[in-house]
Write a protein of this length. Structure first.
Length: 185
């Protein structure tokens, strides 16, 4: 009988310890593994992407610009409406050496820095009269990193240098200014 009480007491203590561990983990937050340097993706099928989502207006007037870069090509897509209809697209050849330099520059500009909390990924509605910038790193369609920021400042999950990252992406498209000249931003 005494052994039963002792066993029950030990199980109770174990449960209390388990609950305390769970509480401490929830306060501290999920453990995050350090981000792999972007340069490590230069020889892979990984893709970096920046989307400039224009002001929140009617579906007919809404426009976005998306730049997608991998080791084989750089591509720009001009998108109309909220459902993502590509109205024009142009691509340019790329190579692993150029991609490696681009990834290194993005890394130094803080492309991989930001809040990884899944509940903060929805950028819709923020900075409605400005632009939202969405930054992605994916491999074979699986998101590795996903951050966003706005032209309104101080909003989003992105922790890097917005101006530098945006300029680096635009510089991957030789005639960026000509192609985006008629986009309403």
């Amino acid at each position: 009988m005494r052994a039963r009480y002792l066993l029950g007491f030990l199980v109770g203590i174990g449960l209390i310890i388990l609950v305390l561990i769970l509480i401490v983990k929830s306060i501290i937050g999920p453990s995050q593994t350090p981000a792999k340097p972007l340069l490590d993706y230069a020889g892979t099928n990984a893709v970096v992407k920046m989307t400039i989502d224009g002001p929140e207006v009617s579906n007919q007037n809404h426009q976005s610009v998306q730049i997608v870069v991998n080791q084989y090509q750089s591509e720009i897509n001009i998108i109309s409406g909220y459902q993502g209809s590509v109205v024009s697209s142009k691509s340019y050849t790329n190579n692993q050496a150029a991609y490696a330099v681009f990834l290194r520059a993005l890394d130094l500009a803080g492309y991989s820095k930001g809040n990884t909390n899944p509940s903060a990924t929805d950028y819709r509605g923020f900075c409605p009269f400005g632009d939202r910038y969405i930054y992605e790193l994916s491999d074979h369609g699986s998101d590795i990193e996903y951050f966003w920021s706005t032209s309104c400042g101080g909003q989003g999950t992105f922790g890097g240098n917005v101006a530098t990252v945006n300029a680096l992406f635009a510089d991957q498209i030789p005639d960026y200014n000509t192609l985006t000249n008629n986009v309403q931003f």
